[in-house]
Design a protein around this ligand. Structure first.
Ligand code: SAM
Length: 367
């Protein structure tokens, strides 16, 4: 049988529960999910109607998926919020005796460490769990089959790096950089187009999979309206990796060609860009949209620098390992840590400080 080899497969967070794992280094995402917990719960109770729960094939099962769940533990907290909010809605409507059974699907790319996820499943959970491997940019479930879909901090990942960006003879060749920060207009354009194409595919698939009146909650990083894509602090922090890699190339530790050919498949959109795509998808409407602003913690102490370094490592190590090999990873992140410390003292860092997350509740209209 042919082995599949697509970039999305290697977009996974660090597995296991060791010091560089996503499990140990996802407090930033956890804090953001905690920030919208009440909003998520209230919005479900406001927008979920009993009609939402009736599934054409099985009236008694309420099916939930967390798309881009990673290895935990954040996914379990989000799922718990959803289950409790649905139960509460039933009770408020006087339908306690009709509480459905819950089935929860945990989705991520095929190389996700599902074993770590399954081993960490809460023992006292009130739902039956299953893993669903595969890209959420395509259809993962039968049509009209899911009651509630959730995704946090995953939609900024692209299916792939736009091809033009990696081609030496292309006007969009992104030599010496790994994101679109500080790049040409052509690079930014290529990234923007890839993102819009990818989220169109994401929302189109959800429009098929959700039951009539089914709901989809999204939490994702966005850049404040009116700012340039390259002004995002998240992207700047990632671009600092290129400084470490370039030094290593100059010292002959890695080839320049290898450095020139790596780019991260990440794009931070504005809320308007995301909402425009959804509004063009038949059968989906945005029921609630909230922007959550916050100031990221300043990189002012060695502990802040360490936190940032290991967090970026937990998220990017898989891609870097595939490109450069595992033997250089420690060296890359030791250098990255020093570069981040230097970056925290620059004007670029002082300039880009405001961050925004976007919360959306989307409904599949009845057909
Ligand atoms: C930063 S983690 C977020 C994990 C979790 N939702 C949380 O809030 O902590 C993003 C996750 O999205 C997954 N992901 C990225 N692209 C994906 C895709 N096309 N299909 C499924 N999962 C994807 C990554 O593998 C990763 O586990």
């Amino acid at each position: 049988m042919m082995k599949r080899e697509v970039m999305e497969d290697s977009i996974t967070m660090n597995g296991g529960d060791g010091p560089n794992s996503y499990t140990q280094n996802s407090k930033f995402q956890r804090a953001a999910s905690d920030q919208v917990k009440v909003l998520l719960s209230n919005t479900i109770q406001e927008k979920l109607t009993i009609e939402n729960t009736s599934n054409a094939t099985n009236q008694q099962v309420f099916k939930i998926v967390d798309l881009g769940c990673s290895v935990g533990p954040n996914t379990f907290a989000c799922v718990q919020t959803v289950v409790e909010a649905v139960e509460h809605t039933f009770k408020t409507l006087g339908l306690e005796s009709e509480l459905p059974e819950f089935q929860v699907f945990f989705n991520d790319n095929v190389n996700n460490d599902f074993n770590t996820l399954f081993k960490a499943l809460p023992l006292d959970r009130q739902y039956m769990a299953a893993g669903v491997p595969g890209s959420f940019h395509g259809q993962l479930f039968p049509k009209d089959s899911l009651n509630f879909m959730h995704s946090a901090f995953a939609l900024h990942w692209l299916t792939k790096v736009p091809e033009e960006v990696t081609k030496e003879n292309s006007p969009a060749w992104n030599k010496g950089r790994i994101t679109y920060v500080g790049s040409s207009h052509e690079v930014l354009q290529a990234y923007t187009e890839q993102f819009l194409k990818d989220i169109k595919a994401f929302f189109s698939a959800r429009a098929v999979e959700l039951i009539n009146h089914g709901l989809l909650a999204i939490l994702m990083p966005c850049r404040p309206e009116g700012t340039l894509p390259s002004d995002s602090i998240v992207m700047h922090i990632l671009e600092v990796l290129a400084f470490a890699l370039t030094d290593m190339a100059k010292e002959g530790l890695i080839s320049e060609a290898l450095v020139d050919s790596i780019n991260l498949p990440i794009f931070i959109p504005s809320a308007t860009e995301v909402k425009k795509v959804i509004s063009n998808i038949e059968n989906l409407t945005i029921e609630r949209s909230e922007k959550i602003y916050y100031l990221p913690k300043k990189l002012s102490t060695p502990e802040d620098v360490r936190f940032c370094t290991v967090h970026v490592r937990a998220v990017t190590e898989g891609i870097l390992c595939k490109h450069f090999g595992p033997e250089l990873i420690d060296e890359i992140f030791e250098r990255y840590s020093k570069k981040i410390e230097e970056f925290s003292k620059t004007l670029d860092y002082a300039h880009v400080e405001k961050m925004e997350n976007l919360f959306l509740l989307v409904k599949r209209n009845a057909i």
